[in-house]
Design a protein around this ligand. Structure first.
Ligand SMILES: Cc1cc2nc3c(=O)[nH]c(=O)nc-3n(C[C@H](O)[C@H](O)[C@H](O)COP(=O)(O)OP(=O)(O)OC[C@H]3O[C@@H](n4cnc5c(N)ncnc54)[C@H](O)[C@@H]3O)c2cc1C
Length: 315
């Protein structure tokens, strides 16, 4: 089939890659280049955060874990596997997505920092998004996917000349398909120089101010915030100072690390990820794949497999 993917974040690029590999003729159009998307801001730790429904998210996350783990021997993909800990001030049960991760263990009480009563430890893929998005764009182009930059105003325009459109517009779905259930959840992070840190650490006991330290090859991402319906894309210096303070308290090794930059992104949150096919006014097939909240990287390749299935079964 001839398919046009709209969106060049992690979701659009993963869908374009898998559709092309499945033998479809694929074009990609996006308003923003990968380096200017929300995806480029992601930490990007594999972790099912702020995305539902539970059963499908667990399945998509498990599949994506497997795919990312399969890229570990390819440094050009920017994927690494790092063990880390999520810490809790009170005893807690296993997360609902526990089946998505190969092994999940409790941190022994003696290993918990002061102020924490429980902890989980597991190995998770971490994706350097600058590297990974560039790799994906190169990869789809090398497979013959034509890429153009521009905003799509109406889905009917996007359907011109193709059999199917895959809508991977993230928060842009608010305007493109008038999806008023979308909520931006603002996230701000500080990027510091890597200073030998291997393990990630997460404490999301304050839902508006999750604290996380995620090491990558050359940098460490310090976060963060989760501010509902806040669309301010400007870096707030006072928020950056608070992030540095919280992260340094959680992981003393990052205290004083040289600051390389600041980023802000709006997570495309929705009560549930929208992944479904729709016949569009007799003009062709539209497959929607957006609303991945704080887990777009974590769910990307799993969702892309479902998109391929929905497109291919109509061929
Ligand atoms: C601070 C922060 C930290 C995060 N950390 C993690 C993490 O650790 N792990 C994780 O899994 N996720 C994380 N996320 C969430 C993740 O970034 C998102 O879930 C993911 O980027 C969503 O990807 P997407 O491709 O759907 O959307 P986007 O990356 O926003 O891409 C959307 C694309 O669609 C295009 N588009 C939109 N409207 C139109 C239109 N009308 N016409 C043409 N093109 C259009 C845009 O230009 C863009 O190319 C984090 C997010 C933030 C902000």
């Amino acid at each position: 089939m001839k398919v046009r993917v709209v969106g060049a974040g992690i979701v659009g690029l993963a869908c374009a890659l898998r559709l092309r590999e499945a033998g479809h003729e694929v074009e990609l159009v996006a308003a923003d280049r990968p380096e200017n998307t929300t995806s480029s801001v992601a930490a990007a730790l594999w972790y099912p955060y702020r995305a539902l429904p539970e059963q499908a998210v667990t399945r998509w996350a498990a599949r994506t874990y497997e795919v990312l783990a399969g890229m570990l021997d390819r440094p050009d993909t920017g994927v690494s596997l790092r063990t880390g800990r999520e810490l809790f001030p009170r005893p807690t049960g296993d997360p609902w997505w526990a089946d998505a991760v190969p092994t999940l263990e409790r941190v022994p009480p003696a290993g918990l920092p002061t102020g924490y009563a429980d902890g989980l430890t597991f190995a998770a893929p971490v994706v350097d998004m600058g590297t990974h998005l560039a790799w994906l764009l190169d990869r789809v182009r090398s497979l013959g996917v034509g890429v153009t930059w521009g905003r799509v105003r109406h889905l009917t325009d996007a359907l011109a000349g193709v059999d199917a459109v895959v809508n991977c517009t993230g928060l842009g779905a608010r305007e493109l398909v008038h999806d008023l259930t979308m909520t931006p959840v603002r996230g701000q992070v500080v990027i510091v120089e890597q200073n030998g840190l291997d393990a990630w650490t997460l404490d999301q006991s304050d839902p508006r101010r999750p604290t996380y330290v995620v090491p990558r090859a050359g940098t460490i991402v310090l976060g963060g915030t989760a501010e509902e319906s806040d669309e301010d894309r400007a870096v707030r210096p006072e928020t950056a100072s608070a992030i540095l303070e919280r992260c340094s308290a959680l992981v003393p090794q990052v205290a004083g690390a040289r600051i390389l930059g600041h980023r802000v992104g709006l997570r495309p949150a929705r009560p549930a990820v929208r992944l479904e096919a729709e016949d569009h006014a007799g003009r062709g097939l539209v497959v929607h794949c957006y609303g991945h909240g704080g887990a777009g990287v974590t769910l990307s390749y799993g969702c892309a497999d479902d998109v391929v299935r929905l497109v291919s079964e109509r061929a």
